[in-house]
Write a protein that binds this ligand. Structure first.
Ligand code: HEC
Length: 104
């Protein structure tokens, strides 16, 4: 019984993480892709890549931009209206992008 409950909880968690990534992707396409690229690989030379970044890191930076703890004119403005839910969804999306890396 306990195992079943654990599995049910795990499925719910996984499911909502996938839902978050879908919602985050839709938001990122509109609000972030111009600079951070459609798939999180930056399209502006001075914007960082976000593809494959840890969700915890992305959400922490967005919260810091929102509160002003981290200062950047552009990102402070962009993060200001974001809700906690939107931040989690955006973080879920960027962290869900898979990268393959090749050393030169
Ligand atoms: C107009 C261009 C632009 C747009 C649009 C934009 N960003 Fe940024 N973003 C930047 C730049 C430039 C930086 C680097 C800022 C700095 O030096 O702190 C940055 C930094 C970040 C960082 C910190 C990355 C790191 O490596 O520390 C995160 C996270 C981020 N942006 C997320 C987003 C999200 C999510 C959106 C959409 C809601 C978004 N950005 C929209 C230009 C943009």
């Amino acid at each position: 019984m306990k195992k079943l409950l654990f599995l049910a909880l795990l499925c719910t968690a996984l499911h909502s993480a996938a839902d978050d990534a879908v919602a985050g992707r839709a938001k990122a396409d509109v609000a972030c892709a111009l600079c951070h690229g459609q798939n999180g690989l930056a399209s502006l030379p001075n914007a960082p890549n976000l593809a494959g970044q840890q969700a915890i890191y992305v959400s922490e930076q967005l919260r810091n931009y929102r509160s002003g703890k981290r200062q950047n004119e552009v990102m402070n403005m962009i993060a200001k209206p974001l809700t906690d839910t939107e931040i989690s969804q955006l973080a879920a999306w960027f962290s869900s992008i898979r990268l393959t890396v090749e050393a030169p």
